[in-house]
Design a protein around this ligand. Structure first.
Ligand code: CP3
Length: 354
């Protein structure tokens, strides 16, 4: 087993005792950091940055140099899988992702390959190996993937969406086509995450950013069932240590019991769910990660501290909390503010662990 100097994050996910609440931030590497923008300019564009293991490692480490975060997250994207499936991914300036060849019918689904993670996605595994080497055991490395449903929204819509009418039309007129796509994605995600774990990811997180746009019944059938399948297919131990799995459905606060029943170790919460209520509902089964509104980071340090204190008090005394934002950090947050946030979590959480 490789020694870790700080394993608070892994211990909290397994609901084991810690000295203070661990904290990291969703999308902690990114455009709010001037050093990120400089490295991205050096790479040329976003996907070239993801494909260059040394530069991906550099931007992964940038937020850790500024703030005493308790985990690093692989610098990559959830859309690497659809890209490896041949859909032609591009990121237009200021536009978000776009696919040149979206999935429109069953024949498209049948044509799509399940990517070999050590071939088409080898650059991701190389980044994982490089980051683990450079972290030198300081903090654990988180690997990640999108959920099948969330990946399918981009693949069928062809870009980001607000109303998801294209994929919902498929869902209600050709459900078998969508199920075939989700099945292929679930198989691809299992291979992809297991390869990240073998390459050195010490926990994995599944981002279901768009599960919350579904009805309860559709969420179960088109998103949660496939995440459950993934949880069942994952390596749960590597290098002599349990590899915790976190599920995050944005807007999924009403379905926490069903999510916890998948056998995952932790649930990510957005800020629309009360963390005290979440703990009462599922806290004896899973750890909880979250859940400060990322917009609080616009506020001065005293206001950030107030919000951190309220969330810590909401979770209460004892184990099983990883502090985080309820979604990704905004790109215009002043880079000093996350410092006040991380410091407040560490300082104010100590009494809750005595
Ligand atoms: O520190 C980290 O967390 C970095 C790794 C990371 C990125 N994307 C880098 C990225 C992670 C974990 C993601 C996940 C991701 N990607 C999600 C799920 C999490 C969430 O935010 O809901 C989703 C839905 C995507 C898809 C995606 N990638 C979109 C919609 C966009 C464009 C929007 C935007 O923020 O520009 C991206 C691009 C992207 N992924 C950037 C980064 C840093 C910005 C690219 C740039 O440098 O211009």
């Amino acid at each position: 087993m490789t020694e870790l100097k700080n394993d608070r994050y892994l211990r909290a996910l397994l609901r084991q005792p810690v000295d203070m609440t661990p904290v990291w931030m969703m999308r902690q590497a990114g455009r709010y950091l001037p050093e990120y923008k400089a490295t991205r300019a050096e790479a040329g564009d976003f996907m070239s940055l993801c494909r260059n293991a040394e530069l991906a490692c550099e931007v992964t480490l940038q937020p850790l140099r500024r703030y005493p975060l308790d985990a690093a997250i692989l610098f990559s994207d959830i859309l690497t899988i659809p890209d490896a499936m041949g859909l032609g991914l591009s990121f237009g300036a200021g536009e978000g992702p776009r696919f040149a060849r979206p999935v429109t019918c069953k024949a498209d689904v049948d044509r799509i390959p399940v990517p070999d993670p050590e071939d088409e996605l080898r650059y991701v595994m190389d980044a994982v190996r490089t980051i683990r080497r450079e972290l030198k055991g300081d903090v654990p490395l988180i690997g990640f993937s999108g959920s099948p449903w969330t990946l399918a929204t981009y693949m069928v819509e062809g870009s980001g969406s607000k109303a998801f009418t294209v994929i919902k039309k498929m869902m209600y007129t050709e459900p078998q086509t969508l199920h075939a796509l989700l099945e292929k994605l679930a198989q691809s995600v299992i291979l992809y995450l297991n390869a990240q774990i073998r390459a050195g990811a010490q926990s994995v997180m599944i981002f279901d950013t768009w599960g919350g746009v579904l009805t309860g019944q559709d969420y179960q059938q088109f998103s949660l069932d496939y995440m459950h399948k993934i949880v069942d297919g994952l390596l749960r131990e590597n290098d002599g240590r349990r590899v915790p799995v976190t599920l995050f459905t944005k807007g999924g606060g009403q379905w926490l019991e069903a999510m916890a029943a998948t056998g995952c170790d932790a649930l990510g919460l957005d800020w629309s769910t009360d963390i005290a209520d979440a703990r009462r509902r599922v806290g004896d089964k899973v750890a909880l990660q979250g859940n400060m509104d990322p917009s609080v980071l616009y506020a001065p340090a005293a206001r950030i501290e107030q919000e951190v204190a309220a969330i810590l008090a909401g979770f209460g005394h004892g184990e099983g909390h990883v502090f985080n934002l309820g979604h990704g950090i905004h790109q215009d947050i002043p880079p000093e503010h996350p410092g006040a946030f991380v410091d407040a979590v560490h300082r104010l959480s100590v009494p809750y662990h005595r």
